[in-house]
Design a protein around this ligand. Structure first.
Ligand code: CP
Length: 323
């Protein structure tokens, strides 16, 4: 990775990963190449490497998660780190302690890395300014979800052999989606042509400023797509109703068999999860041979191993064999 972006700030012992927006295309490619090396490690009989032996990682999940939390936990075990899993519901956050005080207490236990998920956009950036530990963003509000974008890019590159020139459609609730923002940054930096589609209330034209095409016509959005990445409705972040009903949303924007029949036969179906079967995606399509939804989950492990390895000072895939 580029030394400038990821070199430690003066007060930090190691480097953060807060957002894709600040990464260069070369840095993203370094993560993907390193993840490919770690995927090969995951196919060995002995899947564990000592790269983070003696390091402590605290998983500070203040918002629910299945995939990201478990993926980080497993990848930290595979890197031989010591791990603490923080449970917000059983913590002193419930007694009024601030996030800053909680995090500083965790750091006082000699945490080298804090992996944080939080409902507030900017929470990881805030912690990276007040802590010496290296902060990794596992999803903050509607802002970014960097490791999801990296695993999405990894999956696309692995399946299609390239990213540059591919037509990627992101279909669903873009406005409230951190995955959408991180995917847009990553995929446009890597040369994909990104189209956004969904109801006009959830896909405002302001996203064109990020270098995307915006359309509210689903058939237009998916007809020539190489990748169709579906997003669920982010009810937890919507403060008012953005469309009349889930049934109407599903009829107008859901991916069903009739719509799938009008796509390219080799178009891949992606979804970061959790999926809402029968809303943004018909159940049969979620499980069909063109769906790579579970491959994304598998690839997340190698990608997150690569992120922790690089944030810890690793320089690229050539060092993984010796890790
Ligand atoms: N894709 C994703 O972030 O899923 P979780 O919320 O289960 O971590």
């Amino acid at each position: 990775m580029n030394a400038k972006t990821l070199s430690p700030a003066a007060h930090q012992s190691t480097n953060p990963l807060i957002h894709i927006e600040s990464l260069t295309a070369d840095e993203i490619v370094t993560v993907l190449d390193t993840a490919r090396a770690f995927k090969a490690v995951g196919e060995r009989a002995i899947k564990k490497v000592p790269a983070l032996r003696g390091k402590t990682v605290i998983n500070l999940f203040v918002e629910p998660s299945t995939r990201t939390r478990i993926s980080f936990e497993l990848c930290e075990q595979r890197l031989s780190a010591d791990i603490i899993n923080f449970t917000a519901e059983a913590s002193s956050l419930k007694k009024g302690e601030t996030l800053k005080d909680t995090a500083r207490n965790l750091e006082a236990l000699n945490a080298d890395f804090i992996v944080i998920r939080h409902s507030a956009s900017g929470a990881p950036h805030f912690l990276s300014r007040v802590l010496n530990s290296s902060v990794i963003n596992a999803g903050d509000g509607a802002h970014e979800h960097p490791t999801q974008a990296l695993l999405d890019a990894f999956t696309i590159r692995e399946r299609k052999g390239r990213i540059r020139g591919l037509k990627v459609t992101i279909l669903g609730d873009i406005l409230y989606s951190r995955v959408a923002r991180s995917d847009i940054w990553a995929l446009t930096k890597l040369g994909a042509e990104v189209t956004l589609c969904g109801p006009s209330t959830l896909v405002p034209r302001t996203f064109e400023k990020m270098g995307c095409r915006v359309t509210h016509n689903v058939d237009d959005a998916i007809r020539n797509a190489d990748i169709i990445n579906l997003l669920r409705i982010q009810h937890e972040r919507q403060r008012k109703s953005m469309f009349p009903s889930l049934n109407e949303y599903s009829n107008l924007f859901g991916l069903n068999a009739a719509r799938l029949a009008r796509t390219k036969p080799d178009a891949l179906i992606m979804h970061p999860g959790p999926i809402n079967r029968g809303v943004e995606i018909d159940s049969d399509i979620a499980d069909c041979s063109r769906s790579v939804i579970l491959e994304q989950v598998t690839n997340g492990l190698a990608v997150r191993m690569a992120v922790l390895f690089l944030v810890n000072g690793g320089r690229g895939p050539h060092e993984v064999a010796a890790a």
